[in-house]
Design a protein around this ligand. Structure first.
Ligand code: NDP
Ligand code: 2IT
Length: 443
């Protein structure tokens, strides 16, 4: 059995039941095969075994009181996957589906993503199975404070810098930051995605969605197209989806779908983003309410099946939201490009189906790296005790995304796989992390 298959077999044995983690590692290792086969050093240094075992995985109890003084207990996590190229960095997710497997897949992906940015950050992820839906502000604050009461001892501006993800935005980051500062008596850039009224960066909120569009436009251009006049399907209606739609529309695309965990809308005239923002930004109301304002749109409850003709598909909700049947719908309806805003939104068989059908595919670990890249700009703003303006922040993000695309594309070409951005991204991230691990010795 070859080195990669042996590592994968052992990984499944040592981490039973962690199906999302197995999926993310399988996807990455399968595409770095040409590098592993051409250089024995990785096997000699047991790089794959070390790269697939988190440096540290913390699991803790979070007890908190609701508005009726009833006590609740949730699971809290921080998986610090790899710190060889910089302090641990990655978001916090609050969603009832959160478990160790999901935390590990996200932290593993983040390690590659962060390396691809070319910025000095390692990979981590954290969160809780806490459900922020239908909680009062005080309940959210109580939960965040209890969560931080454990997390604070594991993080720091040069140790580990969490940020937002599903269910965690500027409100939650504010409560987490306030409590960290209180406990440690330290005002430092320990979290990113902070509010603009204290230490946050102008442009961080928009960065993942805008970054996805900068990347996607580069990808289309390399293939002789552009987003202008393209019909686009987006999923999700949270932070990433909203800013993806905003920038796609600025580029002249027509976005016709969005979704949430209850259902999805189809507006053949193009989504009116102001309505979505009104429904979603403050109270995360259901997307079905869109029809109150645009009665000609169509709402379907349940999972979005991607069965709408479009040129470009941009999944921006959650993992495994494009399954094989969804990929078949997209291909049947003539999709040409898929670019991932969410983390691992496409299952392995769906990804393979796209590749077999010559769909140009932008993988999450490159395409959605705008959020974390902007987080690094925020870290540098905080450590320099300066306030960067919005123009600086947006220009920097755009140039980082363009250079990520260029490097991913060039790496694919070096391995005679022009246009295979999946392979390009995985090899680019792998080589950077593996080389640093070898330089830093066996630790
Ligand atoms: P938000 O919480 O702002 O929005 C999440 C959206 O996805 C909501 O519309 C939510 O619907 C929907 N959603 C969540 N879970 C499910 C589910 N199981 N099934 C169907 N719909 C679901 O999160 P973000 O926009 O920040 O994150 C979206 C994706 O982008 C995630 O994969 C995240 O990891 C990734 N990402 C985020 C970055 C960031 O900076 N925020 C950076 C890079 C990637 P509902 O409200 O009904 O739950
Ligand atoms: O998945 C991601 O890249 C994020 N949730 C953002 C991470 C960050 O540290 O900004």
């Amino acid at each position: 059995m070859n080195y990669i298959d042996r590592v994968l077999e052992n990984l499944v044995k040592k981490n039973p039941g962690e199906k999302e983690f197995h999926q993310a590692v399988t996807e990455a290792l399968k595409s770095v095969e040409p590098v592993i086969n051409s250089n024995k050093i990785y096997e000699e240094f047991s790089i794959l075994e070390r790269l697939t075992e988190p440096e540290r995985a913390i699991s803790f109890r979070v007890s908190w009181k609701d508005d009726n003084n009833k006590i609740h207990v949730n699971k809290g996590y921080r998986v610090q996957f790899n710190s060889c190229i910089g302090p641990f960095k990655g978001g916090l997710r609050f969603h009832p589906s959160v478990n160790l497997s999901i935390m590990k897949f996200l932290a593993f992906e983040q390690t590659f993503k962060n390396a691809i940015t070319g910025l000095p950050i390692g990979g981590a992820k954290g969160g809780s199975d806490f459900d922020p839906k239908n909680k009062s502000d005080f309940e959210i604050m109580n939960f965040c404070q209890s969560f931080m009461l454990e997390l604070f001892r594991h993080i720091g501006a040069s140790t580990d810098v969490p940020a937002g993800d599903i269910g965690v935005g500027a409100r939650e980051i504010g409560y987490l930051f306030g409590y960290y500062k209180k406990i440690k008596n330290l005002h430092e850039g320990v979290l990113t995605g902070k509010g603009l009224d204290y230490d946050g960066l102008a442009g961080r909120k928009e960065a993942t969605g805008f970054g996805l569009i900068y990347f996607t436009e580069e990808m289309l251009r390399e293939n002789g197209e552009s987003l202008k006049n393209k019909t686009v399907c987006v999923s999700g209606a949270g932070n990433v989806a909203i800013h993806t739609v905003q920038k796609a529309q600025e580029y002249g695309a027509k976005v016709i779908t969005m979704s949430d965990s209850s259902g999805w809308i189809y507006d053949k005239n193009g989504i009116n983003l102001e309505i979505i923002k009104k429904i979603k930004e403050n109270n995360r109301d259901r997307i079905s309410r869109y029809l109150e304002f645009e009665p000609s749109a169509k709402y379907t409850s349940g999972k979005f099946n991607w069965d709408i003709p479009c040129d470009v598909a941009l999944p921006c909700a959650t993992q495994n939201e494009i399954l094989l049947s969804d990929a078949k719908n997209l291909v049947k309806n003539g999709v040409k490009f898929v670019s991932e805003g969410a983390n691992m939104p496409t299952s392995l068989d769906a990804t393979n189906y796209f590749v077999e059908n010559k769909i140009i595919f932008g993988p999450a670990k490159a395409a959605n790296a705008g959020g974390v890249s902007s987080s690094v700009i925020e870290m540098s703003q905080n450590s320099s005790k300066m306030t960067f303006d919005s123009e600086f922040s947006h220009n920097k993000l755009e140039s980082i995304m363009k250079s990520i695309f260029k490097n991913v594309s060039q790496t694919a070409c070096e391995f005679n796989q022009k246009g295979n951005y999946i392979l390009g991204a995985n090899i680019l991230g792998f080589k950077k992390v593996a080389s640093a691990m070898i330089s830093e010795g066996v630790v």
